[in-house]
Design a protein. Sequence first.
Length: 74
Amino acid sequence: MTGVWSLVYIASLVLVLWAVVDLARRPATALPPGRKVLWIVGLVAGWFVFGLVGAIIAVAYLAGPRKRLNAGRY
């Protein structure tokens, strides 16, 4: 069972890192004021508190704001 949880944590870390890198490369004006920092802090803190929380936040970012940013609707 330990091997399965290790894979889950590694997968959640990869997902969080993808979201953080995507956010970091965006200009500060791409999101409403303060939201970029809030997303990054939430992702990192969520992963450190419990890996799956960070992954859930990453999925929320990747499915929501990232889609709108790529479509130019933010």
